[in-house]
Design a protein around this ligand. Structure first.
Ligand SMILES: [Zn+2]
Length: 315
């Protein structure tokens, strides 16, 4: 089981984390890479970017100098040059927060996401801030799908403008991604969501994840959620969804602007692990999760390390 030992060996010494993962999966990392038994999928993600195109101004505030689309784009480009199997995802609230949104209605935000090569995004409550028409108007600028399973837009201008899920094929793996939104009533002005019908997020998520797993045979299922990380009352959150589902591997969350230094593993209804991650807001961070799949024994493992978007990346 040799392959090209020298090339692969060098690669391994440089990327120590893969060797550590192989050890954890109790497989020989050199053999695994050489014969293609170990596959890596890199998931990059943002949430609640809130129209933050430029870095925060240098005005003494806590976030001064952080964030900015130009730096995020450069980082994403660099990661893609190092890693062939990348998915770039966003968990909603693309809109609202800076004058760019007030002036241009979200056109710039969506165009820049298209240029960065986002693979999919879901909708947050603030994406309704210019009404359904306002969001609809920006869709021609999106070369990525808006995934949302539990908003029924049939009786609105958004009819057929979104998808429930999308399956991505990476490294011979099927990755099912779908979106779940927060209850709009009470959070968004009624005229801004019009005849949108909100469906129960947990039952809808189980329905879609079940379809992706059992009928469409996905190897990994990711939910882009704008429910929020957790609440002190019984409002449905990513915690609720994680505990009450059977098939979701990863929830990429938003809305509560929670920064998790590392993802949280939750035992789901089926006794397996659903992982939750969320990376703050305003594009200050880019989340990164790497999944490693061992094809023969069906094992998988993840590592993660979020990036901070700052001038430290410029050098
Ligand atoms: Zn939100």
């Amino acid at each position: 089981m040799g392959g090209c030992p020298m090339i692969n060996r060098r690669k391994f010494i440089k990327t120590g984390s893969i060797a550590a993962v192989a050890t954890a999966l109790s497989i020989d990392s050199l053999d695994a890479m050489a014969n293609g038994a170990l596959k890596q999928l890199t998931i990059l993600h943002t949430n609640d970017v809130h129209s933050q195109i430029e870095p925060f101004p240098m005005n003494g505030s806590r976030n001064q100098g952080l964030g900015g689309v130009a730096r995020r784009a450069a980082l994403i480009k660099k990661i893609r040059s190092e890693q062939p199997n990348v998915l770039l995802l966003d968990a909603g609230d693309i809109f609202q927060g800076t004058p760019y949104f007030n002036l241009y209605g979200g056109e710039l935000e969506i165009k820049l996401m298209s240029e960065m090569g986002y693979d999919a995004a879901t909708m947050g409550n603030h994406d309704f801030d210019n009404g359904l028409e306002g969001f609809y108007k920006q869709l021609p600028h999106a070369n990525f799908p808006i995934l949302i399973s539990n908003y029924d837009f049939s009786d609105t201008v958004m009819h057929k403008s979104t998808q429930s899920y999308k399956i991505f094929n990476k490294a011979g793996l099927k990755i099912g991604v779908f979106g779940i939104g927060i209850e709009l009533k009470g959070l968004v002005g009624e005229k801004n969501y019009g005849n949108t019908i909100y469906q129960d997020p947990v039952s809808k998520a189980n329905e879609v994840a079940g379809l992706l797993k059992k009928e469409l045979h996905c190897d990994l299922i990711i939910c882009l959620s704008h429910l929020g990380y957790k609440y002190s009352d019984n409002k449905v959150s990513d915690q609720t969804l994680a505990q009450n589902n059977d098939h979701i591997d990863l929830i990429i969350g938003g809305h509560t602007h929670t920064f998790l230094a590392k993802p949280q593993d939750v035992k789901n209804r089926a006794g397996r692990i659903t992982t939750i991650n969320q990376v703050g807001f305003a594009g200050i961070n880019l989340g990164r999760i790497d999944y490693y799949f061992e094809s023969y024994r069906g094992k998988k493992l993840l590592t993660s390390s979020p990036y901070m978007i700052s001038d430290q990346l410029d050098s």
